[in-house]
Design a protein around this ligand. Structure first.
Ligand code: HEM
Length: 395
């Protein structure tokens, strides 16, 4: 499921090292006490810009997702205060720099507390739940209206939703944890952490915990993911809507299935990700092909047939998620699966119709359980000196 990214990890490092494009002022592991310099310079993903990093950015291997709820008395001014603090800290953390001394002191932190972590391609992406709009006295965008329940959902509200969602991702697991620690402290008095989820991804193989190559038919159509400058999304221009689903995989069952069945469930080969009708991973799937007995080669209920945009009115979303493994459940089965993240212009015309089809008839749904859900509006990015969400809160 996770996204294919425009630049591979090695490609990005090579670009960063060669041109300095991703490296701010020679910031490197070497300047960070306690951090051995890697053969590569730690890449910096620019924080400022027309859209937030962490959406179209290549997917880093370590992620922390955390939701926060605003304290009851926090209004629009308090929300702006929080976002100012987070924006300033995020810009510094992504460059591997100390915090602003004043805001650090106000949060009871030493300004250089994140030092030693290094930028490690950290991205900090912030998105708003409908509760933030209510607290700020703003009408939520229509695309943020609740998504419907789907057959088979077993959602735990305590692990879903939230007024703010923070996605932290980096090449180093210490960096994401250190960054979340800072944001949590800066939120003191304004918001409290509601839940957090830790994800990981292979930097090279793109395989998920079911062993599939995931993210093949996952284009990065910026114009279908990022919001335009026109109404009704003008105040979120450059942003995107995010659907998050924590999807547990029934791995104890899945791993007993014969390989041919596991391939039929998706419609692609496990070895190389090629469609069952094709030669290589990126060969287009032929949904009309039939086998010797007249049955479709890619089954009627195969995941890629039911999910593909061509059979869903063109519904397009950017899937960019991470695997998770939270150890055994009380019955001993694995609490592991996929933190599914889909970015799109409107979840009600992208994620929702696709998930409606998948939940009703997808062969894969027998081996997965959706356990948590969240829907958020990410604002566009910001320029130095501005803060995330400023156009919304002050517009
Ligand atoms: C644990 C849950 C899931 C797993 C393991 C999974 C796995 C996969 C795999 C292996 C592929 C084929 C490779 C690729 O094109 O990326 C795929 C394709 C796809 N999946 Fe999923 N997926 C999951 C959930 C979902 C959900 C919840 C949605 C959306 C509601 C979704 C939408 C899609 C779409 C749109 C495609 C591309 C279909 C095409 O055009 O070929 N998937 N998924």
């Amino acid at each position: 499921m996770p996204a294919e990214h425009p630049l591979s990890r090695r490609g990005l490092l090579a670009v960063g090292a060669g041109t300095g494009a991703f490296v701010a002022g020679g910031l490197a592991g070497a300047t960070v006490p306690g951090r051995a310099r890697s053969p590569h310079v730690d890449p910096v993903v620019p924080f400022h810009g027309p859209h937030q990093a962490g959406i179209l950015t290549r997917r880093q291997p370590y992620a922390l997702l955390a939701a926060f709820d605003l304290r009851p008395a926090v209004d629009r001014a308090g929300t702006a205060d929080l976002l100012r603090r987070w924006t300033d800290a995020a810009a510094r953390l992504t460059r591997g720099e100390p915090l602003d001394a004043g805001s650090a002191a106000a949060a009871g932190l030493d300004a250089d507390v994140p030092l030693g972590a290094g930028p490690a391609a950290l991205t900090v992406t912030v998105a708003f739940g409908s509760g933030l709009f209510a607290a700020a006295g703003l009408a939520p965008p229509a695309a943020l209206r609740p998504i419907p329940a789907f057959p088979g959902d077993e959602l735990d509200p305590a692990r879903g939703d939230g007024d703010l969602l923070v996605q932290l991702a980096a090449d180093d697991p210490i960096v994401v944890t250190a960054a979340l620690g800072v944001l949590r402290r800066l939120a003191r008095g304004l918001a409290r952490e509601r839940w957090r989820m830790r994800g990981f991804a292979s930097p090279d193989s793109r395989r998920n915990l079911m062993g599939q190559i995931d993210g093949t038919a996952n284009p990065v159509p910026a114009d279908q993911v990022l919001l335009p400058r026109t109404a009704p999304s003008a105040r979120l221009a450059g942003g995107s809507f995010l659907v998050l689903r924590r999807i547990r995989m029934l791995l104890d069952h899945w791993e007993t299935l014969p390989r041919a069945h596991r391939e039929q469930v998706i419609g692609r080969r496990l070895a190389d990700g090629a469609p069952l009708t094709g030669a290589a991973e990126h060969t287009p799937a032929d949904f009309d092909a039939v086998g010797p007995g007249g049955a479709p080669v890619i089954a009627a209920n195969a995941h890629i047939r039911l999910g593909t945009a061509g059979f869903n009115g063109g519904a397009t979303m950017l899937r960019r998620g991470w695997s998770y493994d939270d150890g055994p459940r009380s019955d001993g089965s694995p609490d592991a699966g996929l933190l599914f993240l889909a970015w799109q212009r409107d979840p009600h015309t992208a994620f929702v119709p696709v998930q409606q089809r998948l939940a009703r008839g997808d062969a894969l749904s027998r081996y997965t359980v959706h356990e948590a859900s969240g829907l958020y509006a990410a604002p566009g990015g910001c320029a130095p000196g501005d803060y995330l969400g400023q156009a919304l809160l002050e517009g």
